[in-house]
Write a protein that binds this ligand. Structure first.
Ligand code: UT7
Length: 330
């Protein structure tokens, strides 16, 4: 059996930095409220005409390909995680394939929101383990600022989310690699964090009333999401530790999905993980959904926070609800 090894990584964030102070101009909020409730100081917003979900994915992918020391032509499959595809269909996997100058390889689009990267990792792992493919490009890329409303009506979500992309190259090897991935979902609260329109429940698809009534905005029951996240994160991490016969102390670096610094801190304390082993970059980028983990992973690798043989733990929770963890030997 082959293992999936992490051989390349890269990230791209748009140039435009939007500090909390700027949001104060558009809505009734404050730098103090945002920092205290979420830990976010600033985020990046895409540049219309320059950045798209697939061009940002392309920038991150180029870095990952270069780091892996491979040619793009060696990629056997693309897995693209996003909730913010540039078109309603097709998804951006094929657009990324086109930008990379590739043809005929499979390109998946994963719609598991904040857990998208871990779901993608799990999918890629299976193809490598079974020997079907040798080299897989996995990307998370999001442009979310376009679906947020920069007004007091939209503030619940507008202050939390940002844009960015992260990519990894996974390659078949004889030693670990990905040790295991653990993915879950529960549709009971599908509408606790969702965007109803445009969707097929409405016979007219999109109407001017929807736009005027603010129905084309995402909705989140923040308290329920928070409460469930702090329960599911530790659960799915412990599941992975037990599966591999490992203990919390064996984790060298923990990269959680960055939804809220308070969630990360709660999970860290619950697991008894050291602060210096827990990655937090939410202050710089906000919540970039499927791009969050690969951005933090690429930053951590570039900063030398992980060395050969280290144990990396990834975990995410988000809309669906979906959640998951992954254990990777670097
Ligand atoms: O990645 C996907 C998963 N997402 C998450 O995991 C997010 C989970 N939830 C959270 O992170 C938190 O629930 C939030 C950061 C969204 C909100 O924090 P909270 O401590 O749960 O605040 P709250 O929703 O209870 O709001 C407290 C107050 C309310 O006012 P009242 O009712 O106490 O008068 C809100 O209206 O803060 C008000 N508020 C705001 N004030 C200033 C809500 N949004 C804002 C805002 N600026 N942007």
């Amino acid at each position: 059996m082959k293992y999936a090894n992490l051989t390349g990584w890269g990230f791209y964030v748009p140039e435009r930095i939007v500090p909390n102070k700027e949001l104060e101009k558009y809505m009734d909020t404050s730098d103090e409220w945002i920092q205290e409730r979420s830990g976010i100081k600033e985020r990046r917003f895409f540049e219309p005409g320059k950045d798209t979900v697939s061009t940002m994915a392309f920038e991150a992918s180029k870095k990952a390909i270069e780091k892996a020391g491979i040619a793009a032509e060696e990629i056997d499959m693309i897995v693209m995680a996003t909730l913010s595809s540039e078109y309603f269909f097709p998804g951006p996997g094929v657009l990324l394939e086109r930008l990379l100058g590739l043809k005929d390889i499979p390109a998946f689009d994963i719609r598991q929101q904040c857990s998208g990267f871990i779901y993608g990792l799990s999918l890629a792992e299976q193809y490598i383990k079974t020997g079907t493919y040798k080299t897989i490009l996995l990307v998370g890329s999001e442009i979310q600022s376009g679906i947020l409303e920069m007004s007091t009506r939209g503030r619940d979500l507008a202050v939390l989310f940002g844009d960015g992309a992260g990519a990894v190259i996974l390659q078949a090897g004889d030693s670990p690699g990905i040790l295991s991935t653990h993915i879950h979902s529960d549709g009971e609260h599908a509408e606790a964090l969702f965007m109803r329109h445009p969707g097929s429940v409405n016979p007219d698809f999109i109407t001017t009333e929807m736009i005027n009534d603010g129905e084309l905005l995402p909705y989140m029951n923040g308290k329920l999401v928070f409460k469930t996240a702090v329960q599911k994160f530790p659960e799915v991490i412990i599941e992975g530790l037990e599966h591999n016969g490992l203990k919390t102390e064996d984790i060298d670096l923990f990269i959680p999905h960055q939804a809220n610094a308070r969630i990360t801190e709660f999970v860290r304390q619950k697991l008894g993980l050291a602060k210096e082993k827990t990655v937090s970059n939410i202050h710089k980028y906000g919540n970039t959904t499927a791009a969050t983990i690969p951005i933090a992973l690429a930053e951590s690798m570039d900063a030398g926070l992980l060395k050969k043989g280290d144990l990396l733990c990834l975990a995410a929770f988000g809309s669906g609800f979906t959640w998951g963890s992954a254990f990777i030997r670097i």
